[in-house]
Design a protein around this ligand. Sequence first.
Ligand code: DC
Length: 224
Amino acid sequence: MSVPPGLVIAIDGPSGSGKSSTSRGVADRLGLRYLDTGAMYRAMTWWMLRAGVDPTDPLAVAARVGDPLIESGTDPLGPTIAVDGFDVALDIRSDEVTRAVSPVSAVPEVRARLVGLQRAIIEATKGGIVVEGRDIGSVVAPDAPVKVYLTADPSARALRRAAEEGGSDVAATEESLLARDRIDSGRATSPLVMAEGAVHVDTTPYTLDEVIDLVVGLVGESVP
Ligand code: DC
C-alpha cells in the first residue's frame, strides 16, 4: 500500500494494550518512522531521579523540566532514546522509573515540553510516522487522519507485560498497570482518553499480526 507523504498515524491506549508492538509493526509494514512518546516521559523521569529531584513534587519537577536534552530515534526496527547523549533505552524500563513516571507525566510543564518535542519530530518526518502514547490523537496530533485506541483486558495486559519483562509476577504487574491507569486517566492535563474520531480496537482476542492487519486495513480505508 502506498501512503501519502507526511501521514501521521496516532495510536493511543493504556500500557500492555499491545501499542508498542502494533505501532512498530504497522510502521515497518508501511515504511514509516515510529515514535514512542512513553519512552520520552520515561527519559524525563530517569533524568529527574538521577538529578535528585523528588518525582512526586510537581514544583521541583517543573523547575528542572528544560534541563535534559532528550533525543528520540525513529527507526521502527531499532528505536533509540538518549538523554544528554547517553543511551537510556534499558535504564528507562527499570522499576524505579516505572513507579515514578506517572506523577512526572502529570506535571503540565513536562507535558508542554515533551509535546513540543514530539510535534517537532512529527513535523520534521516528511515520509510519515506512527506515533504511540496516551494523548496523541487528542493533543499531540489531533488532525492525524488515522487514530486508533487500543485496549485489552487487564489480565491479558498483565500477562503480556510480565512476559516482556522476563517473567515478572503477573498479579503484581496487573496491580501496577491498574495503578498507573488510574493516575494516567485521572490527571488534569491530557488524561488518557479515547480521542474524537479514534477507532477502538480491543486486542484481547487477537494475535499481534491480526492487530497489525486490522490497523493497516484502517489506514487503507482512511487515506485516499
Ligand atoms: O507507554 P509507557 O508505559 O512506556 O508510558 C510510560 C508513562 O508515560 C505512562 O504511565 C504515562 C506516560 N505517558 C503519557 O503521559 N503520555 C504519553 N503520550 C505517553 C506516555
